[in-house]
Design a binder for this molecule. Structure first.
Ligand code: AMP
Ligand code: ZN
Length: 307
């Protein structure tokens, strides 16, 4: 039984404490408010954007930020990108987009959509064989192009904070991935506010679900009746990440809370890591003038490879 309400529980913590539906929803929202305050994710005067794909994590982020922003009188805008991915003959993003549009309409949230086709004159599906030839992963190409586009829209709309649906499970996985790859610079870029170098041309990327597990997000979405698309991307190719995901899930079953321990350990060393890379000089891309740490930004590099 839920300790507070003495009614049927929907959630049990690893220490066997249980929560009913109402108490779980309260606990989940409180955790997000705590995350926002503790890591200063949203402050007075911020204009908030949410990058929404239509999946459970980003739909839950949109749902909780809608309440948060209405309460705190912050403006909220939803951003959606169609990458041009086919799934069983249909567009992979169609279903998710419908859910985002409906939620935004019902809740009076501005909805902005664009596509790789419109902005880059390409679709991921049409570039698959070329991506394979140059031996980079589909997920790498997709994330580089998506991030640049989200930043461009965010800047044009005066968005100061751009929220994504990254969860505790995602973060634990990425921490281990960067360790395994030996990429400490990428490791330093993680955390509730992504990145190390801050520049007025970048909207700060924030992760309100940073302390929420996938299991908690799925339950919250179900209890709140949040509609989302549960399809997995048909062209995902991040094999090492998927191996680490499976490894951590197996470990979590035998040793509950390992993912949380990984993230908590990371949070302890994060200030030192960010400090280590803080003084790196920001350059501006010779092609598009966007900020970059080298002469040419990753977006221009990818686009050139795909010509
Ligand atoms: P992923 O790397 O696919 O797990 O996505 C991470 C986060 O990026 C999601 O939680 C969303 O916030 C955002 N995102 C992913 N795909 C899209 C998209 N097509 N349009 C807008 N935001 C997206
Ligand atoms: Zn560039």
């Amino acid at each position: 039984m839920c300790r507070q309400c003495e009614i049927n529980p929907v959630w049990e913590f690893t220490n066997k404490r249980k929560l009913c539906k109402t108490c779980f929803a309260k606990y989940f929202r409180r955790k997000i408010n705590y995350t926002i305050r503790k890591f200063c994710l949203i402050e007075k005067g911020d204009k908030v954007g949410v990058a929404v794909s239509g999946g459970k994590d980003s739909m839950a982020t949109l749902f909780v930020l809608n309440d948060f922003c209405k309460k705190n009188r912050s403006e909220l805008i939803a951003l959606f990108i169609d990458e041009g991915i086919k799934c069983s003959g249909k567009n992979y993003r169609d279903k998710g987009k419908k859910y985002i549009e409906k939620f935004c309409k019902d809740n009076n949230i501005e909805f902005i959509e664009t596509s790789f086709e419109k902005e880059y004159k390409l679709t991921l599906n049409k570039k698959l064989s070329q991506i394979k030839k140059i031996k980079i992963s589909n997920c790498f190409v997709c994330s580089i192009l998506k991030r640049a586009l989200l930043n461009k829209i965010a800047r044009s709309k005066g968005i100061t904070k751009l929220a994504t649906g990254h969860s505790l499970d995602d973060e634990a996985e990425t921490i281990i991935l960067n360790l395994v790859k030996g990429d400490i610079k990428l490791l330093a870029k993680l955390g509730p506010i992504a990145g190390v170098l801050h520049n007025r041309k970048f909207a700060a990327r924030i992760k309100p679900l940073y302390l929420c597990t996938t299991k908690e997000i799925v339950l919250f979405a179900r209890l709140m009746n949040i509609k989302y698309d549960s399809k997995i991307c048909p062209i995902r190719s991040d094999t090492l990440r998927i191996k680490i995901r499976k490894f951590l899930s197996g470990l979590e079953k035998q040793h509950p809370e390992v993912k949380r321990a990984i993230v908590n350990s990371y949070l302890k060393i994060m200030p030192l890591l960010k400090l280590k890379f803080k003084d790196r000089k920001i350059n501006y891309c010779e092609i598009c003038s966007e900020p970059t740490s080298t002469g040419k930004c990753k977006t221009c590099w990818v686009l050139k490879k795909l010509e």
